[in-house]
Design a protein around this ligand. Structure first.
Ligand code: BGC
Length: 757
């Protein structure tokens, strides 16, 4: 409690002073804290009014890329580096990571989010938070919860059934909250099942604090609070941005008039005070810009996913990697090679300390002659072009650029074509996953004249690769890679880095195939999460649909073989062991993935779910014995009858492999289930009564009392078809039958008897 703070001071302490600072309470010795975005760099503005422009800081790869590393060790190092930059810039809380599930490839902030899978998102984000907070800088886990679209984000209600909510959309939050204890959690703008996240008592208090034991600060997203008193009563601590004098006054009045329990305001004030105390332990520091740029390059190199690398006629290996001592000519085509797309738009935009472009890095790496053609206009180059050419239309310029690029490609030994999405930004979803037409045309025309064409994609969210990927031998998924992306791309193209990135989201053949397609982005203030548990690959797998590139997929310049997996049940869960051999000639890194299923489960489940993974370096010709642990908690489903997590007993299949569709070895293990009992009531069906040993016994006794076996119902019970129908009938509905021993009184006794048993 904070007895020395007045109600007015408590109200002030729990709101911002401006966009990026909390309000100080000098009389109590409480200084202001600096908070800033986040998450792939420190975007500290020079003045609070500079909402979106930050001072230079390392622009690390956004989450779309870091997730593709599947490596919590790397994420931890990135968190540590960000912590060091925060220390150098006197920042107490960095606003990230964003861990909402990528429900649809159209999601405008997918570039800021990790995955369509909650385990992958949660494990990586927890490592990032642990790294950051090891420097005494707080994280802000966002956006709690179900902020998986930008359309109408400030008002829309995400309507999600509770099991889906728990197992999918809250799951990564639960993992990070319970395992990494972020100093703050940021509530989302949207409503969850009709109630604003900022005013949602169930979400902010019952789930987050009572169930998960969270004791940190819940901060609003910027401008997410519609009603400050309702928000504080629901469990929100800190309202941002500030100042919020009107809200402060409403709180003061609500306490004065008895509308708000004073404890509901002193508690958030106390939590903000504890946050200030924690931040006081931070010691100022400095960081090495060069070293952080190198780390950004390492992460970017690990994030690139090699989607395709065909062997060309007359060769015994894939087109990539290219030799560094090559002769001849390399055509670098596409404006993105010279002017990189390296991050998305909105609050996460970083002013980089420097910026590598692929064209310069490729030229510096190879002895071959490198020639460049822009190939298409970008928004910036189009503006410059039309100014220069005095009104010449964009289409004409694109035509000229295309012709120039095709001529260059035709005269070169290799063509490297850089294409991608033109923008992704906070605040707006995309309306298509297709490459811009000019980019598709460029690929088609270049591929016709040069069989040695590599496509390098720059994009913050999934792009359709079909059908153009069939026309080229090699494709690199280069995401948005941060400030060192250009050098990382050269590292992979020339084999200084052996690619080990794996897809953290499925690439569908068409957006129409996607599980979310018919229910995104909703209308009239509601979006229905109609696909339920079947988000991303879970939906594709359940329907056995073909995809372009499966979740978890990615090639390497070497190959890996899997031995037989074994699985053992332990009190903590399941331990899976598998030998993995590098069967090629280059050292490499394999991302070993374990997908679990429970055939014959009594509840609806995805065909397989990622339950463990490890990114493992394996030297050429060597074998690593990989051990993967699956937590028992992660086997549980949310039982809506019991309102709790339940581990179902049975023979679990642990399929181990290199993607959700490339499973190489399976081990089966028996897991004992939780001891649960679903209460039997008058509304339980006859089938449910008979399936429960105590219920069956009670029913048998009730009928035995009639002295004639099943009494007048005996003929019905003897007929299996009728029995099917009866089994599905609630007990209470059998009471009206003439001669039925199941009178209302008998049923009441049965319910009491099994309840007491
Ligand atoms: C975004 C948050 C961000 C905040 C502060 C909001 O618009 O949703 O992710 O941290 O602004 O810039």
């Amino acid at each position: 409690m904070t007895p020395e703070l007045t109600v007015a001071e408590q109200a002030a302490l729990t709101s911002g002073r401006d966009a990026w600072h909390t309000t100080p309470v000098e009389s109590a010795g409480l200084p202001s804290l600096t908070v800033t975005d986040g998450p792939h760099g420190v975007r500290l503005s020079a003045k609070p009014s500079d909402m979106l422009r930050g001072q230079p800081a390392t622009c690390f790869p956004p989450a779309v890329a870091t997730a593709s590393t599947w490596d919590p060790g790397l994420l931890r190092r990135m968190g540590e580096a960000l912590g060091d930059e925060c220390r150098a810039m006197d920042v107490s809380v960095l606003l990230g990571p964003g861990i909402n599930l990528k429900r649809s490839p159209l999601g405008g902030r997918n570039f800021e989010y990790f995955s369509e899978d909650p385990l992958l998102a949660g494990v990586l984000a927890a490592a990032w938070v642990n790294g950051l907070q090891s420097r005494n800088v707080g994280a802000s886990l966002k956006h709690f919860a179900v902020n998986s679209q930008e359309t109408d984000r400030m008002r829309v209600s995400a309507d999600v059934d509770e099991r889906t909510l728990r197992e999918m959309y809250l799951s990564a939050f639960r993992r990070v909250v319970t395992r990494a204890r972020p100093w703050t959690v940021m509530c989302a703008y949207n409503k969850v099942n009709g109630v604003y996240a900022s005013q949602n008592h169930w979400l902010l208090t019952e789930v987050l604090r009572d169930e998960w034991g969270y004791d940190g600060v819940v901060v609003s997203d910027w401008g997410a609070v519609a009603d400050r008193v309702a928000a504080v009563a629901a469990g929100l601590d800190l309202t941002m941005p500030g100042p919020d004098d009107a809200g402060d006054n409403e709180l003061i009045e609500a306490v004065a008039t008895g509308r708000l329990d004073p404890a509901l305001l002193s508690r958030p004030a106390e939590r903000v005070r504890a946050l200030i105390d924690k931040a006081a332990a931070r010691i100022p520091g400095d960081y090495d810009q060069e070293a952080h740029h190198e780390l950004a390059r390492e992460i970017a190199g690990r994030a690139i996913v090699l989607l395709k690398n065909d062997t060309l006629p007359g060769s015994d290996r894939g087109l990539l990697p290219l030799p560094t001592d090559g002769t001849g000519t390399i055509a670098v085509i596409g404006e993105f090679a010279r002017t990189p797309r390296y991050q998305g738009g909105g609050s996460s935009q970083i002013t980089p300390t420097r910026l590598d472009d692929a064209l310069t890095e490729i030229t510096a790496t190879t002895q071959a002659t490198v020639l460049f053609a822009p190939g298409y206009l970008t928004a910036d180059s189009a503006a410059a072009e039309s100014a220069a050419q005095d009104g010449e239309t964009e289409a004409e310029s694109d035509q000229d650029l295309l012709a120039e690029a095709v001529a260059l490609a035709g005269a070169s030994d290799v063509a490297l074509v850089f294409v991608g999405s033109t923008h992704e930004t906070e605040g707006a979803d995309r309306d298509s996953i297709d490459l811009p037409e000019a980019h598709q045309k460029l690929i088609a025309e270049v591929a016709k004249v040069n069989p040695r064409t590599v496509v390098i994609l720059s994009n913050g969210a999934v792009l359709a690769t079909s059908p153009w990927d069939k026309t080229v031998p090699a494709v690199l998924e280069g995401w948005l890679l941060g400030q060192a992306g250009g050098s990382a791309i050269a590292d992979v193209l020339f084999g200084r880095v052996n690619p080990s990135g794996r897809l953290a989201e499925t690439i569908p053949l068409s957006i129409k195939d996607h599980p979310s397609y018919l229910d995104f982005p909703g209308e009239h203030g509601h979006v229905r999460y109609g696909e339920g548990l079947f988000v991303g690959y879970r939906g594709f797998d359940a329907r056995e649909q073909e995809v372009a590139y499966a979740f978890g997929f990615g090639l390497s310049y070497t190959t890996f073989g899997y031995g037989q997996a074994t699985a053992t049940a332990t009190p903590a869960g399941i331990e899976v062991r598998v030998p993995v051999t590098n069967t090629g000639e280059r050292d490499g890194r394999e991302v070993v993935q374990v997908y679990v299923s429970l055939p014959g489960s009594a509840v609806q489940r995805a065909s397989r779910e990622l339950k463990a993974f490890a990114s493992v370096p394996v030297k050429a010709g060597e074998t690593e014995h990989v051990v993967l642990a699956i937590d028992r908690d992660d086997l549980a489903y949310w039982d809506t009858r019991l309102d709790r997590w339940v581990v179902e007993g049975g023979e679990y299949q642990c399929a181990v492999g290199a993607s959700s569709r490339d499973l190489r070895t399976t081990a089966t293990v028996k897991v004992d289930g939780d001891d649960i009992r679903v209460p039997l009531t008058a509304q339980s069906t006859l089938g449910e009564w008979l399936a429960d040993p105590r219920g069956a016994q009670a029913i048998a006794q009730a009928f035995a009392g009639t002295g004639e076996g099943w009494g007048p119902m005996a003929p019905f019970f003897a007929d299996p078809a009728v029995m099917l129908f009866l089994s599905a009938t609630p007990l209470v509905r059998l009471s009206g039958w003439e001669g039925s021993p199941l009178t209302a009184e008998v049923i009441a006794k049965l319910v009491t008897a099994v309840g007491e048993a």
